[in-house]
Design a protein around this ligand. Sequence first.
Ligand SMILES: *Cc1c(COP(=O)(O)O)cnc(C)c1O
Length: 322
Amino acid sequence: MTAMLPTFQDVRAAADRIAGHAHRTPVLTSRTLNDELGAEVFFKCENFQRMGAFKFRGAFNALSRFDADQRRRGVIAFSSGNHAQAIAVAARLLGMPATILMPQDAPVAKVAATQGYGGKVVFFDRYRDDREALGRSLAEREGLTLIPPFDHPDIIAGQGTAALELFEETGPLDALFVPLGGGGLLAGTALTTRAQAPSCRLYGVEPEAGNDGQQSFRTGQIVRIATPKTIADGAQTGYLGALNFPIIRDQVNDILTVTDTQLVDCMRFAASRMKLVIEPTGCLGFAGARAMGRQLEGQRVGVIVSGGNVDLADLARYFALT
Ligand SMILES: *Cc1c(COP(=O)(O)O)cnc(C)c1O
C-alpha cells in the first residue's frame, strides 16, 4: 500500500502554512562563478533557513497538520541531524513535546542544537541498529506520531516550497541542481518545477560513495545500499523513500554524483568568494552544477544550497586536507 502522492497543490498549501514561520531565504549570485561557467547561477540559500537547513519547511508543515491529541502526545523523529533540529524547533513553536533518535556519531553541533531547541535526544548506532524499527517501537509504546525525514507527503510538500520561492524570484530556469539524500527535497522540488518551469532540466546530486539514487533512477526500482561513508552526512541514506521514488523517477531528468573532494572545493569557494558557510551535503547541488562546467554556457541555472550546519573544527579540517 502506498499513500497518495503529494502534488503541487500540496506544495502551495504548505507555503501558506509555513508563511511567517519559515524564513524566506535569499537568492545569491557570484560573478566569479558566472564567469567560470559562462552561465547565470542563482543560489537559493537554505543555509540561512531557521535552524540552518531547508528541513524546517517540511517539519513545520507536517507538525502543523497534527490534531489536538497528536499535539498533546508529541512527535518522534529519527535523523542524522537536520531533520531532528527541524522537528525540535517546529515542535517548540507549536507547543508540543519532541523525541529525537540520533546516531551516536552525529556532528556535535547538530546534537547540541537539537537539545538546545528542547528536543529529547535518544542515541542509536547508525551502522548496527535499525533506526526505523527503533523509532516505530518507541512511537507505539508512548503514543507519539512518527515523522520520517523524507518519506512522508507533508515533508515532501514542505520541502517543495524552497524551489517555489526560488522561481518566484528568478522566473523560469534552464536547469536546477538539488542535493539528494532520501529524496524529500528533490521530490518536492520536482513537483514545484514541473508546475512552475516545465521545461527546466532538474538534477538530483548525491555523493559518489552513496549513489543508490542514481542506481534506482537508472534501473527503475528502489536500490538499497549500506550506509555510505562520505562527508555529506545529510545524504548518508541507503535508499530513496517509497513516495519519493515515483516522483523522482517520473519528473527528474537525471541523478548525478560528486566526490567528497568536489564538495570540499565548493565549500571553499563558497566560504572564500561568497562568504557562505555551507555544510558538505549542502554543497551537492553546487558541485553538480560546477562539474557540468561549460555545458551550462548561456543558461540560467538554479542551485539549492540545502544547509549550513557544519562544526567549524570539521570545516577547518576539510580545508586543511585538500
Ligand atoms: C536532509 C538533507 C539533505 C537531503 O535531503 P533529502 O530530502 O533526504 O533528500 C540535503 N542537504 C541537507 C543540508 C540536509 O539536511
